[in-house]
Each structure stands twice: as C-alpha cells, then as structure tokens.
Design a protein around this ligand. Structure first.
Ligand SMILES: CC(C)[C@H](C(=O)O)[C@@H](O)C(=O)O
Ligand code: SF4
Length: 476
C-alpha cells in the first residue's frame, strides 16, 4: 500500500515568498533570489550604472526597474534640476542620463508621480503582495507592509540586480512581533513601532525577516502599516512583513500599476495564500500590548533611546552596565539634556513633518486635526514636506494644506528633505527638532542638529506649544 502523501510543511509568510523566488541554492547556504521590482534613486545608483557600462552589460529588465528623484532634491516651489545643491545636481543629471540610456521609467521632480521612493511605490501600485522588492535604500522594508519581501541593498547589489534581476542572499532568520489590543486615542502606529524598538533594542531584530501580526496590526490602515514596516530596519531587521488582507486589496484597487480585470482576480487569489500557516515556526516571537503604548519621544541618538512623553530623561547612573551608561552619557551630552528632565519641558526650535515613515496623507490629516485653528509657537519654524506630489495634491484638495499654512507651517514640494541632511533643508548646529522621521543619530538632520523622533500628532502639538506636550491632553 502506498504511503499517504506527506502534509505540506507549515510555512511563514516570508518562507512562502522566498521559496517562490529562489532560483538556485548554493552549498554554502547562499541563495540566488529573483527580484520582481527594483527601485532606484539618485544617491546609490550612479556607481552601479557606471560599473555596468564599464563591463559592457545592459540592464537586464528595464521594465521591472523604476527610478525617482527624492533624497537630495530641493523642496522649494519652482525647483528644477538646476536649483539644488551641487552634489545633488550632478547625481540627478546622471540618473536622468542613465535611466534614459537604459529605457527605465524615471519620475523626475517635475513628474506628478514624484515623491520619496517608499511612498510612490505603493501609491503607484508597483508594490504588491508576494513580490520581491529591492532598492539601494535601508528603508525598503516599508514595502513589506503589503506582504512583499522588500529589502534594502548596497550599491554593488544595485549593480548586480540591474545586470541580472537577481540578488544573492542567505535566508534570514524569522521573527514575529504580535501586537494585540487597541491603540489608545492619540496614540499612533509611530508610537507603537517606537515602543517596540525601545523594548527589543536597535539590534533586537538583527538580520531577521520580521512579521508584524496580531489584531492591532490588522486594525491599522495601509499608511499606519507602512509606518511600522518602515522602521523595522531601526531594530536591525532585514525586512518587515504584514500579511495582505482586505485593507491591502482596497488600497491597491485601481492604482496605475495594480493588476486589473482578470489579472486582478488572479492576483487576489494568490494574495489570499499569503499568510503564515497557523503552526509555522518563527525563530523568535515577541508579544506587545497595544493598550500600554503611550505617545513616545526619543531623548538620545538612537531610535531605541525612547520614553513616553509623560516620562523623564533617563539617568545613566541608574544603569548597571557601565558601557551602556557611558553610551547614554554621550548621547545626553550631544543632545544637551540632563537626567531627570521632564520630556514635556524640552523646548524646540524646529518641527519637521514628513519622510517615508510619516509623510503620507493620513499623517498630514493627523497634523491638521491637532493644529486646526491654532498657531505655531512664535519661536518655532515648522515644515511640512509631503511624501509625494500625489500626497501634496490630495492634501491641497482636502483642505488639509490650508489648515497647515493658516497655522504657520511651511508647505513644501515632495522629497526626503530634513529627514536627512542631503539637501538644503537642514538643522543648524544646536537646533532642536521634533521630527516625524525615523533616525536620530548625531548630525542626521544637519551637523550638530538635535533630533527627537515623534508621531505626526505629537510633532503638531509640539509645534503649537513650542515644547513637547502629551497630545492626548490637547484633544478638542
Ligand atoms: C541615502 C540612503 C542610502 C539612506 C538609506 O540607505 O537609508 C537614507 O535613505 C537614509 O534614510 O539614511
Ligand atoms: S525619507 Fe528619510 S528615511 Fe526615508 S528614504 Fe528618504 S532619507 Fe531615507
């Protein structure tokens, strides 16, 4: 009698996507993985294109490759290829020439589809469940919010993908972070991810493909899910994934590059298979209670240097590990803060609302809700930089932009802007900023600049009051 066929091995969401894309497994464990979508931008692509040219190789699949200008472009009205800073202008010129020569679609700064690469991929429907996605940028895991395996790569890998449409990688370890319960009013997905990073640490997910799961995550909009996935890298993760569901499909329906007609039905049927089997095993499991999350503010120079806005700057003297205490002292010194200081007493010079973590329409709506009918504090300069020109247009249409400008915010064109000091939007030395971005290391927003990471409503409340306040107390 023949044996009954073996039951299929339970697999995680990540494993299902990975298995479908591995072309070849090598003896040393490395795998050659097919890349469905490759996003390129001005900073990490020039050398890659140059190397291809030198080797006489063409771009393997230009139609799977999409380019955009975002990191070092100006965000001022009337900008052009000629109006940015010198290094940026040179990189933009190369990106234009390289994409034109290779036949790659390029959303330049005059294109209404332009924006931060991790905002426009989903917005255009280029980011879809089950795809492998690569980009020479560490925040590529953002796209994993759609149930894609999306990884940031280095310039030599950009070259490899341009040449072969494949990437050589070992399978990552797997981690599941399960969040249950409802986020309290005034607490956002940004607070959730900051508190997760605070809990597991900046190396807590090193090298892992992290699946964010649980009722809290399922309850988030796509914008909220992208905020969470975008910061997976800040805990060291290689990728962040969220199983696609009806929310994902509703977001993607009708977008320019989304499947349509019979293709849509086929795609939906495939997406329905993209979840972790109930008995699939993860290398690490973490549980989070959403009810316990408060509005968070970073006090130091790493995203895991974070406390609730109701708390105080921590005291290194209370930390047993001497290395850790020394690191805290250095961070406090740089941030010009003293142990025990109330977070709500920290006075701000600038407020930046934007980035691939929090530059989407829902983020701007959240800011408008807080600042409607109020004014930015006299000593604060506040900047809103939409994540894309589509977000900008939508915010203008909805009246969100009017509320923000009436409150005294500057309203800019789309780009990475003050998230990173690669363009003219920078902090001056010693300036302190409440920022909705994702990184706060020394000099990130400009040499000597002091960054505090917060959610959009918290940044809005700080802009109005000139110091941090608990946004939950501002309601109404
Ligand atoms: C400039 C780019 C390569 C960089 C990254 O990899 O993430 C930037 O986007 C960042 O956020 O630090
Ligand atoms: S917005 Fe900031 S984090 Fe995102 S890609 Fe641009 S520089 Fe990197």
């Amino acid at each position: 009698m023949a044996d009954a066929p073996a039951a299929p091995r339970p697999r995680t969401l990540f494993e299902k996507i990975w298995d479908r894309h591995v072309i070849r497994r090598f003896d040393d464990g490395a795998c050659l993985v097919y890349i469905d979508r490759h996003f390129v931008f001005e900073v990490t692509s020039p050398q890659a294109f140059e190397a291809l040219r030198e080797a006489g190789r063409p771009v393997r699949r230009p139609q799977a490759t999409f380019a955009v200008a975002d990191h070092n472009i100006p965000t001022t009205r009337g900008r052009s290829d000629l109006s940015g800073e010198e290094d940026g202008r040179a990189q933009l010129k190369l990106l234009r020439e390289n994409t034109r020569a290779a036949g790659i679609s390029y959303f330049d700064m005059r294109d209404p589809r332009q924006g931060i690469v991790h905002v426009i991929g989903p917005e255009q429907g280029l980011t879809q469940p089950g795809l492998t996605i690569a980009c020479g940028d560490s925040h590529t895991p953002t796209h994993g919010a759609f149930g894609a395996y999306a990884v940031g790569v280095g310039t030599s890998e950009v070259e490899h993908i341009l040449a072969t449409q494949t990437l050589l990688q070992r399978a990552p370890r797997t981690m599941r972070i399960c969040a249950e319960g409802r986020l309290p009013l005034g607490v956002t997905s940004k607070d959730l991810i900051l508190s997760i990073i605070g809990k597991i640490g900046m190396a807590g997910a090193t090298g892992c493909a992290v699946e964010f799961a649980g009722a809290t995550i399922r309850g988030l909009s796509m914008e909220g899910r992208m905020t969470v996935a975008s910061m997976a890298i800040e805990a060291g993760a290689r990728a962040g994934l969220i199983a696609p569901d009806a929310t994902t499909a509703a977001y993607l329906a009708g977008r320019p590059f989304s499947p349509a007609g019979a293709d849509w039905d086929r795609a939906r049927a495939y997406w329905d298979t993209l979840f972790s089997d109930s008995d699939a095993a993860f290398d690490v499991e973490v549980a989070v209670r959403a009810e316990d999350v408060e509005p968070m503010v970073t006090w130091g120079t790493s995203p895991d240097d974070v406390v609730a806005v109701t708390g105080r700057v921590p005291d290194p003297a209370a930390v047993a590990d001497p290395g850790k205490a020394e690191g805290m002292r250095r961070a406090l010194d740089y941030m010009r803060l003293a142990p025990g200081q109330r977070m709500s007493d920290i006075r701000l010079d600038k407020v930046f609302i934007g980035s691939c973590t929090n530059g989407r329409i829902e983020d701007l709506r959240g800011v408008a809700e807080v600042v409607r009918g109020r004014r930015v504090a006299a000593h604060v300069t506040a900047l809103v930089v939409p994540g894309s020109m589509q977000v900008k247009a939508q915010a203008e249409q909805e009246g969100v932009a009017d509320i923000l400008t009436a409150a005294g915010f500057e309203w800019r064109e789309a780009g990475c802007s003050m998230c990173i000091g690669l363009n003219a939007d920078r902090l001056n030395p010693g300036e302190r900023c409440a920022s909705t971005s994702n990184r706060n290391f020394e000099g990130r927003q400009g040499a000597g600049g002091l960054t505090h990471l917060v959610s959009p409503p918290m940044a809005a409340a700080a802009a109005i009051n000139g110091h941090f306040v608990d946004v939950r107390k501002l309601a109404g």
